[in-house]
Ligand binder design. Structure first.
Ligand SMILES: [Zn+2]
Length: 293
């Protein structure tokens, strides 16, 4: 049974730790007419989701909403949609094809986790097309008296959405606003775009949410400070990686530079896995932009 905590009126949060996954996936349940789930996580999380729903007395779901189609957020969407046949799956227009035909998600997950990833993460199965609701930017989903506004928030991935709960002015921000704690940039190789990530943060700052429901780590109650940090870190570390790589500095050394700077500013080092992903991800990104050979 996962440790389920109420983080705002009607909003419940729990983590499902997956062996070998450095960033523990977080799932949210909104207990309101019909019920909604944000972040299915990988399929291996489905039994814990069932237990959490039983614990909360939630019998079904009207909406299943992955913020984006990476395995630790949306990998279990097909499995959950089969368990809750009345639920509609809400996704960004560019996420839909990866849910209906998940070949690319299966392929990229296999590259990172190994071909036998199903043993740890569970299977990635398709969502029937009839079960999908393509979310326009700004569209509002009603859940009893509750309004959930879907906002396109690209940058971390090309199919990322965030969800604003208008009742609490809380934002389910996925990975659009950095990694939790100190908002280190989540530079997923091959899907991250720095310019878009930065302009998304600026757009979301204008919404002035009161709190941020992160999809890894805890809830940020000082949303303004967290968003400013996300913006600053994206600028500081992208520049640091680019300039060091242009000087010919080795990846391992760039990781030390970034880690040292981060500890000076925040009194702690980012996790090694996050450092590795950010540095490698920025190098891949700047190569794709022609800024690095
Ligand atoms: Zn992601």
């Amino acid at each position: 049974m996962p440790d389920v905590t109420q983080v705002a009126p009607g909003i419940y949060r729990f983590e499902v730790a997956i062996q070998g996954m450095p960033e523990v996936p977080v799932t949210y349940l909104i207990k309101a007419a019909g019920g909604a789930l944000i972040e299915p996580g990988p399929a291996a999380a489905a039994p814990a989701i069932r237990q959490a729903m039983d614990h909360l007395g939630m019998r079904g779901l009207a909406y299943i909403i992955p913020t984006h189609i990476h395995v630790d957020h949306g990998g279990g969407t097909g499995t959950l949609s089969a368990l809750f046949p009345e639920a509609m799956v809400v996704a960004h227009p560019r996420g839909v094809k990866h849910l209906v035909s998940p070949e690319r998600l299966i392929e990229s997950t296999g590259l990172v986790w190994g071909q036998d990833f199903e043993n740890l993460l569970g299977p990635i199965v398709p969502v029937p097309e009839t079960r999908l609701k393509v979310a326009r930017d700004g569209e509002v989903i009603r859940l009893g008296g509750r309004e959930l506004q879907i906002i396109h928030a690209l940058g971390h991935s090309p199919n990322h959405i965030v969800i604003l709960d208008r009742r609490t002015n809380g934002l389910f921000c996925g990975e659009a606003l950095g990694l939790p704690g100190y908002q280190f940039p989540p530079v997923a190789p091959y899907s991250f775009d720095q310019d878009i990530y930065v302009s998304t943060i600026q757009d979301l700052m204008r919404l002035q949410p009161d709190r941020l429901f992160y999809s890894h780590g805890t809830v940020e109650t000082d949303a303004g400070r967290a968003m400013s940090r996300a913006l600053e870190n994206a600028r500081v570390y992208s520049t640091m990686v680019l300039e060091a790589a242009q000087r010919g500095t080795a990846l391992e050394e760039i990781m030390v530079l970034v880690g040292d700077d981060f500890s000076r500013r925040y009194g702690q080092r980012p996790a090694r896995a996050d450092l590795e992903i950010a540095v490698a991800g920025y190098v891949i990104y700047f190569k794709s932009k022609g800024l690095l050979a």
